[in-house]
Design a binder for this molecule. Structure first.
Ligand SMILES: Cc1ncc(COP(=O)(O)O)c(C=O)c1O
Length: 378
């Protein structure tokens, strides 16, 4: 490998085409070329979200901009909201609700279990919530939530639903029109395989109506989806200068997604997840996420306390493969492998093989490696 292979859960490896898309001369954001490329980017975003019915947004920012845009645009001070948490990012969403003045409740499923639709139904019967926040895949734990069932419960209870799909779209199935959620967002640097710096948001007609009929105005300029809406229709209008290179990279990355076909891309991610799970199982390590709720984009497992750092460092120094450790309290005892974007099974197989060698060398999986070579499912 002539450069480090990123197997961290974002940002991810960039294709040659995506790198080249960022390397041209500076384009004026109001000029004809950027105008037509931006319009195309919004259409491509509709393709990756499967959003024909709702409003589609693409603007400069990160996943956190998407989180905060959803909160400030939908939640008024004093509204009762519920956040389902399975790790760090769910907790951040809860915090954003508190910061922006919601009467914020949460249901904490811990960092290993998925959110339970039955428990959600019971909670929604007890209290009237205006908005429920769901994380599709919590990147800190790799828990994949049953979004369809959770969104369904919200719809039945008359609550708006928001899905943080930052670590999912492009790798996990997403059909915005069918799902029926009110706001779904992702960021450019994960399974879409573009550079960091763009946020993509889909909003239902119901969500837009809710924003238009709010009693109090949205308490943000940049993160108001209502302000961004006219820019999506006419990018010559000015709200803030877009990160043009980042958006050109995103356009190129989504053209690549379309060429592969979104369903085929989901299938490739499923295959990568199966390879990771089979290999980790073979190593005898314990998964963080419970069975049946392990993401197709990231796999995390526990390692002996204190060994996550040496595993990460040795793998990078010796094989130029970079994985992530856990977040905060879990940083010394959890490994997270990001397997999304342009990663192909053959390359992943090789990297997992190197990882097994490192675990063996550090005395963590003696005698197991030979029989547990990662395999590619045909
Ligand atoms: C699930 C999830 N939500 C939100 C974020 C925040 O995104 P960003 O770091 O781009 O602001 C991340 C980042 O990793 C994430 O994984």
């Amino acid at each position: 490998m002539d450069e480090t292979l990123l197997l961290i859960p974002g940002p991810t490896n960039l294709s040659k085409r995506v790198r080249e898309a960022m390397a041209g001369p500076q384009l004026p954001h109001v000029g004809a070329e950027f105008y037509s490329k931006f319009k195309e980017t919004v259409q491509l975003a509709r393709y990756v979200f499967k959003n024909e019915k709702g409003v589609q947004f693409v603007y400069t920012g990160t996943g956190t901009t998407g989180m905060e845009s959803a909160v400030v645009s939908l939640v008024s001070r004093g509204d009762r909201t519920l956040t389902l948490m399975n790790g760090y990012f769910g907790h951040r969403m809860f915090l954003l609700n508190q910061i922006h003045g919601a009467k914020a409740d949460n249901m904490d499923f811990g960092s290993t279990r998925a959110a339970d639709p039955d428990l959600l139904r019971k909670e929604l019967r007890k209290k009237k919530y205006s908005v429920v926040f769901i994380t599709h895949v919590d990147t800190s734990s790799s828990v994949l939530n049953p979004v369809e069932e959770l969104v369904d419960e919200c719809s039945k209870a008359g609550a708006l639903s928001v899905v943080d799909s930052v670590c999912a779209i492009g790798g996990e199935p997403m059909d915005f029109d069918r799902l029926g959620a009110d706001v779904v967002f992702t960021a450019s640097q994960k399974a879409l395989a573009a550079a960091p710096g763009a946020v993509l948001v889909a909003a239902s007609a119901r969500a837009m109506e809710h924003m238009e009929n709010r009693k109090s105005p949205i308490e943000s300029y940049y993160m108001s989806l209502l302000r961004w809406k006219p820019i999506m229709d006419d990018p010559k209008m000015y709200l803030a200068t877009p990160a043009t290179q980042v958006l050109l990279a995103l356009r190129e990355a989504m053209l690549e997604v379309k060429e592969e076909g979104i369903e085929r891309r989901w299938a490739r991610h499923k295959k990568l997840a199966e390879m990771a799970q089979h290999t980790v199982e073979g190593w005898g390590q314990k998964f963080v996420a419970e069975e049946g709720h392990r993401a197709h984009t990231v796999t995390s497992f526990w390692v002996k306390d204190g060994t996550a750092g040496p595993i990460q460092r040795t793998l990078e120094a010796r094989h130029r493969v970079m994985v992530s450790r856990g977040i905060y309290d879990d940083k010394d005892r959890m490994i997270r492998i990001g397997h999304f974007g342009i990663l192909q099974p053959e390359m992943f197989q090789k990297a997992l093989g190197h990882m097994g060698e490192v675990l063996e060398e550090l005395g963590l999986v003696q005698g197991r490696i030979a029989s547990t070579r990662p395999r590619i499912r045909k």
